[in-house]
Design a protein around this ligand. Structure first.
Ligand code: DGL
Length: 255
């Protein structure tokens, strides 16, 4: 069984980490488009082209299931990918707004993600349909993607977060949704700045969906191994990847 995990960069590790905690016997292919990251502030059509090309690579190496561990890529492409590649099982991730409302529908919710994600109609329609427009604030935090890629210092990250979060009256808020897979890398920094706010993300839901699909599809079990695929040579990326997942991959495929 071959499972692909896709992100624009290092952010997908926050989902992959949860996957690796499960007892899944599979050959994993983690694809990071580190040449083109960040996606969230680029032109939508340009980003869609990168995503389609990269997913095709994962299909060509034989992945039967592809986890799109990127909210931006999921919101932009998952429907098209499902139509275009009906034999592949796609599992995506979206900002966990529904989950947050189920947790608590009284206090306000701050939804953070990339600029592309927050501008998409799907997110805005969901908020309208759930009739929670007055309860939800949207905040793009694109620079966190770059900080995660560069493994920036805690001080730099906290300074940026404080600047961005400073305008909110947090006594009115109960939860913050981390709607970009890069953001949970800074969960500790969020917690330190907002100790009384619940942090919500969608990675556990992805794992649940993945396990269900594996059961349904009855795929052949293999010895677990991970191959890292990068679009640009970068040994620091590999170090960062190993550190975040607590594993020890020494090579990557550069395409
Ligand atoms: N990690 C991605 C997400 O979940 C994309 C970040 C980016 O490349 O801007 O949206």
């Amino acid at each position: 069984m071959k499972i692909g995990v896709f992100d624009s960069g290092i952010g997908g590790t926050t989902v992959f980490k949860e996957i690796l905690k499960q007892d899944i016997n599979a050959q994993f292919y983690y694809f990071a488009d580190n040449k083109n990251t960040p996606y969230g502030i680029k032109n939508k059509e340009e980003v869609k082209n990168y995503i389609i090309k990269n997913i095709e690579y994962l299909v060509n190496v034989g992945c039967e299931i592809i986890v799109i561990a990127c909210n931006t890529a999921t919101i932009l492409c998952i429907e098209n990918l499902r139509k275009k590649l009906p034999n592949i099982c796609f599992i995506g991730i979206e900002p966990a707004i529904k989950k947050a409302i189920e947790n608590d529908n009284k206090k306000k919710i701050l939804v953070t993600a990339t600029t592309i994600t927050l501008k998409e109609e799907k997110i805005n329609n969901l908020i309208k349909n759930l009739e929670i427009t007055d309860k939800v604030e949207l905040l793009p935090l694109d620079r966190l993607v770059i900080y995660a890629e560069k493994n920036s210092s805690k001080i730099e990250v906290k300074k940026y977060l404080k600047e961005k979060l400073n305008k909110y009256k947090f006594n009115e808020y109960g939860q913050i949704v981390l709607g970009c897979t890069h953001f949970p890398i800074f969960k500790e920094e969020f917690k330190e700045i907002l100790p009384n706010i619940k942090i919500v993300d969608g990675s556990k839901e992805v794992v649940k969906n993945l396990k269900n699909k594996i059961n349904d599809m009855n795929l052949k079990k293999t010895n677990t191994c991970t191959t890292l695929i990068l679009t640009k040579e970068d040994s620091e990326f590999i170090d960062n990847f190993n550190r975040l997942l607590n594993i020890n991959i020494d090579t990557a495929l550069y395409i």
